[in-house]
Structure formats: C-alpha cells, structure tokens
Design a protein around this ligand. Sequence first.
Ligand code: FEO
Ligand code: CA
Ligand code: CA
Length: 647
Amino acid sequence: MGGRDEQDKLIVRSVEGKGKEFERILEERLSRRDFLKAAAVTSGLVVAATAMNADVAAAQTRPAPLPPKFGKVAPTTPEVDEIAVPDGYYAATLIRWGEPIFADAPEFDVWTQTKEKQEKQFGYNCDYVGYFPLPSYTSNNSTRGLLVVNHEYTNPELMFPGYDVENPNPTRTQVDVELAAHGVSVIEVARGRDGRWNVVRNSPYNRRLTGYTPMTVSGPAADHEWMKTNADPTGRNVLGTLNNCAGGKTPWGTVLTAEENFHQYFANLRAMPNSDYRKAIHNRYGMPSGASERRWENFHDRFDIAKEPNEGFRFGWIVEFDPYNPNSVPVKRTALGRFRHEAATIVIAPSGQVVAYSGDDARGEYVYKFVSNGRYNPRNRAANFNLLDDGTLYVARFNADGTGEWLPLKHGFGPLNEGNGFMSQGDVLIKTRNAADALGATKMDRPEDIETNPVNKKVYIILTNNSQRGVGNGPPVDAANPRANNRAGHIIELTEEGNNHAATRFTWNIFILAGLPTDESTYFAGYDKSKVSPIGAPDNIVFDLAGNAWVATDGAASAIKLNDGLFAIPVAGSERGHVQQFFSSVAGSEVCGPEFTPDNRTLFLAIQHPGEGGTFDKPISTWPDRQGLARPSVITIQAFDNRRIGR
Ligand code: FEO
Ligand code: CA
Ligand code: CA
C-alpha cells in the first residue's frame, strides 16, 4: 500500500537523522574508551559499532568458549503445522492442555469441560518451564524432577466450539473453566530406562494453582488501603494468580511466577469518576475502559472495576511458592514492584544479597532489578523464605555513551515524595510505573526475559519489538532502542560494575538486532550475516553449561513472516553472534520455556497457543495429535545418542 511505503520512508528519514546524532555521541565514546575504529558505523545503526568494539574488549577476558554444534533447521513459514529439530535429535510431547495430573482426575474431553475437571488437569497456554530436581533442589538429578509450568492465558475461541470472538458472550461454565485453566501446574516428571520422559500422575507433589487459589500478600504494599477489597478487608488475601508468563528459580528452591498482562481481565474503568485518583493509576496500567476481552466481569464482580475498584491492584506482582511443598501458600511479593512482569530471575551478588531482574513487557516500559537487604543463607533454607520482602527496587536508565544507572524506587528519593503523591513505600510499589516515570527511566522496546549468564556474569535483556518506536506518539529512537518501527526486537548485553549484581552502575551494548539477515538494519554481534538463521521477536532466554544463549521467539510470524523457534547463540569467541535455529514451531504458536535439565541432555519447550489466529471451528493447527484441535503442550527434545544438547 502507498500509505505504508510513505510511512516507511518517513521512518527511514527519521532514523537517518537520529543516526547522525548517535554517530557523534558514539565517536566520542569510542575515542574515550580507546576502542577499535567504528568501521561498521552506518546511518541508523551506529550503536552496533559500540557493541562490536565492546565485543573485542570483552573477548579478551573470557574463558575459551564451546559453541553449540548441530545442523541448523530451516525456518518454516506461518502455515506450516509441523515442528522441526536437527538431525540426531527427537522431540516428544510430554503433556498437553487438559491431561489429568492427579490419579483421580478425569480424562480430557473437550466437549464436557468444567471448572472442577480443569482444576485437576494441565492448564492452557504453557509458558514458563522450570525444572526442579528431586529429591531436592540441591541435587543435580537430571532424570527425576518437578516441572513448574505457567499457564499464561486462555484462547476461548480455540477451547470452546462456537465461541463468538467478535461479540464474546461466554457461559458461566466457560468463564470458570478459563479461570481454572490459568495459573501454574507442578508435575513430577521422570525419565525412564528407554530415555523417554513421563508425567508421574500420582505424585504427591502434583499441584494446580489457578485463578481461584488462595494466596497471601507480603512486603511494603501488603496493608496498603488500595489492596483492600469488599471480600478482603485485610488487603492480604487474594484469590489466584493470572497471566503468569515467565518466571525464575531461587537458590533456595522456590519458584517465582510473574503476573504479566493482568490488566486485560478487568473491566469498566470508565465507571470510576475522574476525581478518583485510582483511575489515573489504573489508566497508566492499561485497564480497559469498557468490557474486558473475556467478559469474566459478567459472572465475577471482582473483575468489574465499577463494583470492585481495588481488585486490579492485587495483580501485577511476582508470586513466590515452594514447589516441593504442595501445601505451601503462594505469596505475592510486593517489594519487587507492580507492573506487567515478564519474569523474575535471580542471581546472588558477591555480598550474598539476592538480586532479581524483571522487565515490564509493554511498549515503552522499563527494566527493573530488586536487591535484597538480607543475605542468602545456603545453610538454612527457611531463613531465605522472606528475603524478597525487604530490599530496594531499581529501574534502569541507559545513557547514550554505553553507561547506565540503576535508580532506586525508594520513598523519599528524588521526586518520590508526598508532594508528588507518593505517600509511602507501598504507594511507590503499587504505582511502580508512575514512580519510574518520575525518575526518568529509559523507555524500552518491550522488555521480556532478562537473565544472567552464569559463565560470563553478563545480563542479557530481551526486547521483543516495538512497532511504535520512533513512530507517531511513540518514544523516539535512542541509543538503547536504536531502530524505529522495531518489529523484530533486539538483545542488550549489560555488565554490572565490577560484575557485582548489586551495583548501581553498569555498562551496556547491543548484542543482537534481530530480523532477516538480508535486512540491513540487523546486527548479529558482528558475525557474518550470510551464515546466521533469521530470528524475529526474541522473548525467552536460557544458557547452557558452556554459557551459550538459547533464545525462544514469540511473534516471528508478524515480524519476519516465519514461524517462531528456538535459536542457539554463542556469546563469546569467534562464533559470538552466530545465530543458529535449533527448533521450528507450528502454526500460530510461540515457543516458551526453554529449560535444560542440569546435565543439558534434555531440553523442555512449551509450545504456547498453537493455532492462534484460527478458531475451534476453523482451526489452523491440529498439533500435536491431529485430532481436530490444537493443544498447548510441553515437549522434550533429546539426542538419539543422549549427548548434551548442542554438543
Ligand atoms: Fe507473555 Fe511478554 O510474554
Ligand atoms: Ca514471554
Ligand atoms: Ca510472549
């Protein structure tokens, strides 16, 4: 379309203009730091040169890398409904939406779904996968463990026959099935003598958390006035966790599950008077003005802001629970802030302080980290259980010269005072986004997973995409988000000062600018573009034992017209930036997890929303069983000869 072309030209011109500005800034940085000449500095992508020069400096201090070895798979186009793994590997479906996870649970029957059945079955849209070895988190057992799997959201149009997407009018039964299909599953899994994994259906560890499960609230916002509802005058008891996207593991063997797009379950913000200050906050978090997408408010008053103005404040948190204790009560840890948490991943600082990184996955939102006041005690498990209640939440500011600061979201710091409406630390945390706005944090291109590489200690920040960057009212391009209309996303590599994760200063560079290698705006840490796999919209990241990154994508179909997949990317040595596709997924799906067993011989992937874009009645995917409907599932990938994945 002509309009589209015109828009593209405008974007290119805008990038070129900004490029001159960056070029000047970066040249200054290059000379100051005595890096190599910025040979690759071109138009809008000068930031790549910063990365390239940082690469050279960093490579000199790293141990000899072991890049992944496998025959990369070819990308597939969005109508392809088959998975692909490299030669020498096989994939198997471990568990599907609706499979019973208790001995007394009913078999799945898509035609007779009920809340009670779904509460005993594997939930929908599996995202995070965490492997916790048995019998203990301190073991490295790679043949028996617990899988903790998040169920991020529901696709009622794929779950129920005849569901009206245009004018949703769900039944009470459908809504209650959806609430029960959200949350988290804990399942025991074991690897048999034949090498194959199975779910242990009668395991005492198996558990479902749903939108109904009682949880408590802790930390500075726990007794805040806005946390109190008609059903819970204490502000400390919430039913359920919703939109659990990715997560993390603590060194003391608990799991963190992240409440991401919680706003979408609430309805009717317009009923709240403008004079009510809570309205501005709900608005900042994107609460719908009218009906919600799934219409849960039709049957559950707590999702109707007109009837229950505060319930929304009780979501958007990181929830911690102990998967080894099926009776443990999940806790919403308010000290880690309230936003659309993609995940929360933990690393221990040299001081013993616990550091949790977390991104707010929305366009123009921020990157955060929490640093505990207390120290991790490896000798007393229970002594760590409340470490995440007390500490400092920081938000990141990325400077154009490749440095950055962590700004404390602390009541009384800078503008975070009563004069600006921040009355307490609880207030700062409930309004984390507003507090970060006030501090002048850097607006990012949708922060997704953020993980520390245990080998080189650097922190990798996945920015999945931002079609509004540099366009219209969207934030202008900047050094850390250098592409206008950034459809394919990028990855930032951050080094904490002194490799101390509790530090308040850092340096950063761009590691990958994703997309088609033929697109001149892409950058793969300087690696020869003719040899890399196309990669679009990175989302989740994990590291193998050698420190190579494995990146799963969500949205490649719209970014680069290819199915999502999993990609291995060495971060060090001559192979740094050599993106190789290891797995290709099915029509309409995104790839989540990913998670290795401690020995790296099994890789777990969650295939989320296969067939999204179709309906129950007109499916575009029937993966994995070819029985008329697609079912979100966790799969295992192993080598036929049981070698480590990618070795
Ligand atoms: Fe649920 Fe940000 O992906
Ligand atoms: Ca995600
Ligand atoms: Ca995602």
